[in-house]
Design a protein around this ligand. Structure first.
Ligand code: ADP
Length: 572
């Protein structure tokens, strides 16, 4: 047989899949079509699990959360033009939240550029505001280097979104398999190792941080989703417990140390941030979620110690002390240093007593509200029932996905997080519509955990069709929809706002009243429940939690129970 007949040729689609697999990608999300269907099939054949969605937006949100939950970049695959544009929702969300993600889009044939090819778009230009690094493989030989660089850049420094552009002609080009192996080996060898290394920590700053914490009268440790991403829970717990310093998690930091811990200042948030004199901020930005670190919420004299992997973040906030480094490593060093010359505030320290008493009072006040059974449901009555059902699951604790204005606000104060990375919500950008995507990511990333979404009907509606995806992959996800018939609920307009030729249209905030969201999932073979009373809700939760199968619980909420814009009415 002639030598040429024995040579195995592979195309660009196969080569991309091989490289992704070598880069450690084991899950992909996306919507297939021209020219990337074969890429998805090839990836699956190499052992990658490909989760096929209905919409790239939702698939993109899933990809972003997958990167956060696993610490490895999620990969989103889309078609060219509109597919890539839909994927930008996920890419921008990843960058805004500092989560690693790679968007891979097919693009039109290079020889036809500028002539109106099928789904043609300058995609590298389109992704620019949202991607910290982009690569375009203009020839099949460039594929290995491009794939490894987008994967490495996604996790480098502050994690974020990267983009890989794959023109149709490149996906169809072929090379011999043996040459492909050589290209892969060369690309692996020339990988920039500095991208995946953590910054070196300045030990003199560790000394200073320890001195500041030691001499503080009212210290506080605040941690966020950067600390969660760094998997720093063991070091954080050791630091908190050895020093007796109270802690405050940001919404997604919740669970790194259990909300039930006696040093949790969550229920005394205003007092803790308003009165602390030294605040160690770990993997959290002093942005709107933390009131920019400014008065009146914070004391004007507070000394911030910021631990962050991103130098620009430290420069931006100008803290008293900035420590550049990975949260887990920095916390480990601080704890080690304190262990050599320990200090502990103790239960009778006035600051600890003040925080504890305030937290106890606030929890007691909340429990009084929660103990009232209000039907038709307000937000608190069903939230308490859901809280108890989630806590009843024990360990491994469910991942809670939360979005919506009132539903998320109430959920943040009522739901209890006991384990790390078990809360996903609208995040830094307040992104609505993330719910179903986040549920799918969580179920894929943590197959041993139940996933429970507690979301408003508006948030659910953004991607409700993905309930079919839940059923198709038989994911253990229970979606609880707080159905108050609209964005914020019923029509709240002033009479003078109801005028003009379209005054009889439904209000911009209104949906069809009593929408049967539970029936939607039944169209695909999932389980739906309608719950308007505590007994109905308890029974639906008990059955769906033990079944661990896709379910939607449609909870009827009084349309006037919530407030417009939740707790952010001042921003309207
Ligand atoms: P939150 O919303 O919980 O307040 P943010 O997303 O605002 O959290 O902030 C997370 C911060 O964590 C970002 O500034 C990011 O640069 C930082 N970060 C990401 N990874 C790490 C890490 N491994 N160690 C320390 N900081 C990190």
């Amino acid at each position: 047989m002639a030598e040429a007949d024995t040579k195995k040729m592979i195309d660009g689609n196969a080569l991309v899949s091989m490289c992704l697999s070598r880069a450690g990608t084991d899950r992909m999300f996306g919507v297939v079509g021209i020219p990337v269907t074969s890429l998805a099939n090839r990836a699956v054949a190499l052992g990658v699990r490909f989760i096929a969605f209905h919409n790239e937006q939702s698939a993109g949100y899933a990809t972003s959360a997958y990167g956060y939950l696993t610490g490895r970049p999620g990969v989103l695959l889309t078609v060219s033009g509109p597919g890539c544009v839909h994927g930008l929702a996920g890419l921008s969300n990843a960058s805004a939240n500092a989560w690693p993600m790679v968007l891979i889009s097919g693009s039109s044939d290079q020889s036809l550029a500028g002539r109106g090819d099928f789904q043609e778009l300058d995609q590298v230009a389109a992704v620019k505001p949202f991607a910290k690094f982009s690569a375009k493989a203009t020839d099949i030989t460039e594929i290995p280097k491009s794939v490894f660089s987008v994967v490495d850049w996604a996790v480098a420094g502050r994690p974020g979104g990267t983009y890989l552009d794959l023109p149709t002609d490149v996906l169809h080009q072929t090379v011999e398999e043996s040459e492909a192996e050589i290209l892969i080996a060369e690309a692996l060898n020339s990988r920039d190792k500095s991208l995946i290394e953590n910054p070196r920590i300045d030990n003199s700053k560790i000394d200073k941080a320890v001195e500041l914490l030691r001499s503080a009268q009212r210290p506080l440790i605040v941690f966020g989703k950067g600390a969660a991403y760094a998997k720093s829970e063991i070091e954080l717990t050791k630091l908190v417990e050895s020093t007796g310093i109270p802690f405050l998690p940001t919404p997604m930091g919740k669970g790194l140390i259990s909300d039930k811990h006696e040093l949790a200042a969550t229920a005394a948030r205003s007092l803790a941030i308003g009165k602390c004199d030294v605040a160690l901020i770990v993997g959290a930005r002093l942005n709107w979620l933390l009131h920019f670190g400014q008065p009146p919420k914070w004391s004007k004299d507070v000394k911030f110690i910021i631990v962050d992997v991103c130098e620009e973040e430290i420069e931006l906030r100008k803290p008293f002390l900035g420590i550049l480094g990975d949260a887990k490593e920095v916390l480990g060093l601080i704890h080690k240093q304190i262990k050599d010359d320990p200090f502990c505030l103790g239960k009778t320290h006035p600051w600890i007593e003040a925080v504890r008493n305030k937290a106890r009072d606030n929890v007691a006040k909340m429990e009084v509200q929660l103990s009232k059974v209000v039907v038709p449901f307000n937000f608190l009555t069903p939230m308490k029932i859901i809280r108890d059902a989630i806590l009843g699951v024990g360990s491994p604790a469910p991942v809670v996905v939360s979005e919506g204005a009132n539903t998320m606000d109430v959920g943040r104060s009522v739901l209890v997080q006991t384990e790390p990375r078990t809360r996903l919500d609208a995040g830094t950008w307040g992104t609505m519509g993330v719910g179903l995507g986040y549920c799918i990511a969580a179920a894929v990333a943590s197959p041993d955990r139940l996933v429970v979404a507690v979301e408003g009907d508006s948030g659910f509606g953004f991607s409700a069709m993905e309930v079919e995806t839940l059923v198709r992959y038989q994911l253990p996800v229970v979606v609880i929809v707080f159905n108050n018939g609209g964005v914020y609920g019923g029509d709240r307009r002033n009479p003078e706002e109801i005028t003009g030729p379209y005054k009889d249209d439904p209000a911009p905030t209104s949906f069809v009243p009593g929408a049967a969201y539970h029936i939607l999932i039944e169209a695909f073979g999932g389980k739906g429940y309608l719950a308007g009373t505590p007994d109905e809700l308890r029974s639906a939760l008990a059955e769906s939690f033990s079944a661990r199968k896709p379910a939607v619980i449609n909870v009827t909420i009084d349309p006037y129970a919530g407030a417009e814009s939740g707790r952010m009415q001042h921003m309207n």
